[in-house]
Structures are given as C-alpha cells and as structure tokens.
Ligand binder design. Structure first.
Ligand code: IPM
Ligand code: MN
Length: 352
C-alpha cells in the first residue's frame, strides 16, 4: 500500500493536486496497488486566520509518511518569505530533504523558446543540493538601519552535505542509464568560490572513482546558462549547489515549456526519510478557482513520487500518457490550453 500525505495549499495548489490525485487513483487501479491519501489543511489562509503556518504536531505526523504531495503556498496578503521560510524551507530542513530533483524534459508538441531544439535535445535532470549553501540561514546584521549597516549571509558547504548529494546523483545517473551515454556534469563556480566549491570539486573527483561507468564533466554555472540554451543536448544529469540549482532550474523550467509542466521532488532518500513532491510553480492567485491552470506539472510530480517509491511501471504510464496529452493541448500556459484543468486531468487518466 502506498500512503501519501496531501497538502493542496493555496491558490491553484488544491486544483492541480486534485488532478494529480485523480491520475494517481486511476493508475493505481491499472497497476493493482492500493493508495491511502491523507489530506492536511496547511496553507496561507489558515495562517491569516490563526497565525500558525504548521504545528510541531503536524511535522511529527508528516514525518511518519515517506511521501508528501504538495501544491503551492503563497497569498498576495502575506509578505514574501514568511511561508517560504515557515513551510517550504522548514520542511526541507526538518526532513533533511537533501536532494531536489528537477527534470528538464521537452515533450513533443510543447513549445520551447529555443529555436531549432527538439525533444531529443532537451532531456536532462538537475540534482540540486537542498539543505546547505546560502539557504542555511546563517548570517545577521550589524548596525542595522544605520549608514554603517553590515549584513552577512553565509554559504555553508560541508563534506557530508555535498558527498551525499553527489553520490546520489551518480547513482541516479547510473540508474537513468541514458542510451546516449551516462554522464554527470558538476555545475559550480570553482574559479571564484575557491573554498566551498573547491570542496565540491574535490568531493566530486573522489566519488567519481566509484562510478567508472559514468562520464563526468564540469561547467561553471555562468557557462552552464549558455549551454542550457545553446546546446542542452550535452546534458544527461547535472549536480549542483542549492543556490545555483534554484536559478538554473527556473531557466530549465522555461526551456521545457514553462511552469505548467515543471515538476520537482524534495527528497530524503534515506531509510524512513520523508520526501515532498511539488510542481515548481507557485499558487498563481490570478487563476484561482477558474479551472484554467495547467495541472501537468502536478501530475508529473505524482509520477516522480511513484518513481521514487519504486512504482516504476505506474510512473512510466503517467509519463507516456502526458506525452500524448500535451500534444493535444494548444499551449502549456494557464487559460490557453484549449482545455480546462479538470479536462487535462481527465485526458491523462484516459490515456494511461
Ligand atoms: C524553489 C523556490 C524556493 C527556493 C523558494 C520559494 C524558497 O524558488 O523551490 O525553487 O528558493 O528554493
Ligand atoms: Mn526557485
């Protein structure tokens, strides 16, 4: 039995998660496994009413799950940073979700801003470290609010932190088994970040010795931005630091057709770890309740969940169905799909 904690969240989050669940239920019937879905009322609306984002009890309850399916949090009436730190980053840290897995895959029929690039040219996966770097929340102010104010925001890199991420990326590259060749590219900035990224570089070289079947490469992050646009076919799997991973995966999202199709997973792959899968896009308040938002990213996040839980055939069915459905859609942008949110979910179910 597959037990999933479900957090729809705010805005269009619940709408896209409803479609993802519809698809998970349909695929569970076809693949003969049982699903238990437990919903949690955690969102910005509750925060506005009660001042609570998430309770310690809820964290303790969620910790008992291996997988959480999450929509989005965020409301125009809540200052930026509150829900991000209080919910998303809190869960990443509390559950030590040290992998942020973000596939960048162009499906046939989906429009990309890249001229002359085809689906076979754009099919790679970014493994973003998810617990360190400038996200660690280390820093402070001196003389705040005065002309001599000083602010620090320290990037933290540890051997343990980068090694576990790099090793997982090598394992993932091996399992993905790209017919064009297994290749893992480290993306960092060793020419400037001569301490933290030197640690990443040395660790990458050390771990690589255990994976002679995986070709390795290195790109500075600025060059990576050029290559992602100019020659994305060079990438199979990218492993990178938290901050750079945040930035390049937004570039990846737009290349593969936008936030409507970009899926992700915050993964703790350790025994008993709790992972959380989410569409990369936000709560899209302008589209809330209109049945116009694209649920494909949430549906693909469900497939990522299944893949990590070991339901490989079910995950593949969803991928194959999405591949057919996106070709029928006019666009991947909200309100321009040629279908409603619920119709897209229905089509994915029909094509499983
Ligand atoms: C993401 C988001 C988050 C991040 C924000 C909302 C804290 O941009 O998941 O990429 O920076 O990691
Ligand atoms: Mn981001």
């Amino acid at each position: 039995m597959l037990k999933i904690a479900v957090i729809g969240g705010d805005g269009t989050g619940p709408e896209v998660i409803a479609e993802s669940i519809k698809v998970l239920k349909a695929v569970s019937k076809l693949e003969n496994f049982t699903l238990q879905l437990d919903e949690f009322d955690i969102n910005g609306a509750r925060y506005v009413k009660t001042g609570t984002i998430i309770t310690d009890e809820e964290i303790a309850t969620l910790r008992k799950y291996r997988s959480i399916l999450f929509g989005a949090v965020g409301r125009p009436d809540i200052a930026p940073g509150i829900l991000e730190r209080g919910f998303l980053l809190r869960l990443r840290f509390e559950f030590d979700q040290y992998i942020n897995l973000r596939p960048v895959k162009l499906f046939p029929g989906v429009e990309t801003p890249l001229k002359n690039k085809k689906p076979e040219d754009l099919d790679f996966v970014v493994v973003r470290e998810n617990t360190e770097d400038m996200y660690a929340g280390i820093g402070g102010f001196l003389h705040k609010g005065t002309p001599s104010e000083v602010a620090t925001q320290t990037a933290i890199f540890t051997r343990k932190g980068c090694e576990r991420c790099i090793r997982w990326a090598f394992e993932y590259t091996r399992k993905r088994n790209n017919p064009k060749g297994k290749k893992l590219t480290l993306v960092a900035k060793t020419n400037v970040l001569t301490y933290g990224h030197d640690l990443w570089w040395r660790t990458f070289q050390d771990v690589a010795k255990e994976y002679p079947d995986v070709k390795t490469d290195y790109n500075h992050v600025d060059a990576c931005c050029i290559y992602m646009v100019d020659s994305p076919e060079r990438y199979d799997v990218i492993v990178t630091t938290n901050m750079f991973g945040d930035i390049i995966t937004d570039l990846g999202a737009i290349l593969q057709g936008g936030l409507g199709v970009a899926a992700g997973g915050n993964i703790n792959p350790d025994e008993g770890g709790t992972s959380m899968y989410e569409p990369i896009g936000g709560s899209a308040p302008d589209f809330t309740g209109k049945n116009q938002i694209n649920p494909i990213a949430a549906i693909l996040s469900g497939a990522l969940l299944l893949e990590q839980e070991g339901y490989t055939a079910a995950a593949q069915r969803i991928q194959n169905s999405v591949l057919k459905v996106v070709q029928k859609m006019k666009s991947q942008a909200a309100a321009k799909m040629g279908f409603s949110t619920t119709e897209v979910g229905g089509l994915v179910c029909e094509n499983l």
